[in-house]
Design a protein around this ligand. Structure first.
Ligand code: SAM
Length: 443
């Protein structure tokens, strides 16, 4: 890999005597990793049954290094089932600084494709609220697909400008994460294209954009709340520089000294830098606390139940699928059926693409359940489950969209592999008609 001279000069200032070691490492393959999704799985037994070796990383409580045969892991049935998210190990560090607690309302402002949102949802464990925003619409669609795969119920996906979103949701969140777009110096081994895009001008432009996003994000943090800023770059201008500029402009925020047992100290006590010499591709994360300041009036929570003439019929149809229906969350709009999150603020004009779980569509006097409905609960919460073992050929057949043999009673059934739900089908006379979405099928 040929690195720009200007970049090497910048790196020498940061890494000093370790620059040589860094340059040697750049000729080696990148670190690989995953984070476990506790909404669906436990680290044990999941990591013991993967086709590659998984070893705990220091960056996150459920973060693992992967070594050995990692090819095809993104198509592994456990991955399709949302049991884990493939994530560069050091990228998981920012959520550790965010220190998400059950019941928190969390905003992930620059969220696609969704690795850190997956971690946050796992930490919230079905409580509180995760609002994940991505300004680029196509990327927001990928975020939404990952949300569904991970089975996030208490969540919102939006595609909105940070300044609009954070103004409207002023002071609403306990924790806000800004995983900002950056020059990607920590991505050079994973994505060599980032090398060709690197220039001093690009670094400067990134720093300006990052500061502007952080200014917006500040509005959304409640007094007493936490703001974490992260990048996957080493640049002081984009990291320490942005934090210092932000703190100068925001006396209502203070730096929180971080003492994590990973990475290395940065040029600001509230920040940690992770380099390839520290066991990750490269990340910077800094933690700030909002001690006071005025916030715009926080939005009211929405009333979740909307009376609809079809409610009773929809509930009857749902009760044939789920053992316990979150009835108070039911929301029907234009024949589309949702379970809204419990903590859902007014969303007008915020580019909301999904709130809660899309349960299905009412068509021709019956409910057509959605794939997302079957990804959002655990096997014990469905009336019928066809649970297959990983070695069963029906797992691949199902993921290819084929009809398979099924021994459940007739009706809609979740299809699981080793207890992780992959999707659903309709069982009739010992055969299961496949409802696995076309866009997700093995080809
Ligand atoms: N947090 C994500 C994850 O863990 O998967 C990665 C986020 S990535 C580093 C930064 C994101 O910011 C990108 O998805 C990018 O589209 C988005 N972005 C780009 N320009 C932006 C802007 N002006 N404001 C907010 N987000 C922006």
């Amino acid at each position: 890999m040929t690195l720009p001279q200007d970049y090497i000069a910048e790196i020498q200032e940061i890494f000093g005597a370790e620059t040589e070691r860094y340059l040697q490492l750049m000729a080696q393959p990148p670190y690989k990793g995953l984070s476990v999704n506790r909404l669906k799985a436990q680290p044990e037994p999941l990591t013991a049954h993967l086709p590659c070796a998984a070893e705990k990383s220091p960056f996150y409580r459920d973060g693992y290094y992967l070594t050995g045969d990692t090819d095809g892991l993104g198509k592994h049935p456990y991955h399709q089932a949302g049991a884990f998210y493939i994530q560069e190990p050091s990228a998981s560090s920012a959520v550790t600084l965010l220190d998400v607690q059950e019941g928190d309302k969390v905003l992930d402002l620059c969220a696609a494709p969704g690795g850190k949102s997956a971690q946050i949802a796992s930490c919230l464990h079905g409580t509180g609220l995760l609002w994940s925003n991505e300004v680029v619409k196509n990327r927001a669609r990928i975020l939404l697909s990952n949300f569904e795969r991970m089975g996030v119920r208490e969540g919102v996906v939006s595609s909105c400008y940070p300044e609009v979103l954070c103004e409207k949701l002023g002071g609403f969140f306990d924790k806000v994460l800004v995983d900002a777009p950056c020059s990607g110096e920590g991505m050079f081994r994973k994505n060599p294209e980032a090398v060709t895009e690197w220039s001093r001008e690009h670094v400067k432009a990134c720093a300006e954009r990052q500061l502007s996003i952080l200014h917006s994000a500040a509005h959304a943090v409640k007094v007493g709340g936490t703001l974490v800023y992260s990048t996957c770059t080493f640049s002081r201008e984009e990291n320490e520089g942005v934090i210092q500029a932000f703190l100068s402009a925001h006396p209502d925020f203070e730096a929180v000294t971080v003492r994590e047992n990973f990475g290395r100290p940065s040029g600001v006590p509230c920040g940690v830098r992770i380099t390839p010499m520290d066991g990750g591709e490269g990340h910077f994360a800094a933690k700030l606390y909002r001690r006071d300041g005025s916030v715009s009036a926080s939005p009211a929570l929405r009333r979740t139940v909307k009376p609809d003439p079809k409610t009773a019929e929809v509930l009857r149809a749902l009760s044939d699928i789920l053992t316990d229906i979150p009835q108070e969350r039911l929301y029907i709009m234009n024949d589309k059926v949702f379970f809204l999150p419990a903590l859902y603020p007014d969303n007008t004009g915020l580019g909301v693409m999904r709130a809660g779980v899309f349960a299905g569509e009412w068509k021709k006097n019956r409910l057509e359940p959605a794939h997302a409905l079957f990804m959002a609960f655990l096997p014990s919460q469905y009336r019928r489950v066809l649970n297959l073992s990983l070695s069963d050929v029906r797992v691949t057949d199902f993921l290819q969209g084929l009809e398979i043999d099924c021994d459940t009673v007739n009706g809609y059934a979740a299809v699981a592999v080793d207890g992780y739900i992959l999707g659903f089908g309709k069982c009739s006379g010992g055969r299961l008609k496949n409802k696995y979405p076309k866009g997700l099928r093995y080809v």
